[in-house]
Design a protein around this ligand. Structure first.
Ligand SMILES: [Zn+2]
Length: 77
């Protein structure tokens, strides 16, 4: 028998909502789709609009979709 990891206790209960959330969320400026940015541990940290090159922060699991709070996307190598 293989040893299976326990999957019944999610580390981040909000994570299961992420995909639904990101489907509903669009950029408040251009109404375009957003990309989720994650930290090295896989936690969502921001939603990025590649059109406007802005990243909207996610605080306590809640996306802050305000232009004033957005940060310019850093160019990726
Ligand atoms: Zn946009």
């Amino acid at each position: 028998m293989q040893h299976h990891r326990h999957l019944d206790a999610p580390l981040f209960p909000q994570m299961s909502l992420d995909h639904r959330l990101i489907d509903l969320l669009v950029c408040p400026l251009c109404k375009g789709p957003l990309d989720m940015l994650r930290d090295p541990e896989g936690r969502p940290v921001a939603l990025a609009c590649s059109h406007d090159r802005l990243a909207f922060p996610i605080r306590d699991g809640i996306p802050v979709m305000l232009e004033d709070e957005a940060r310019p996307l850093e160019p990726t190598a």
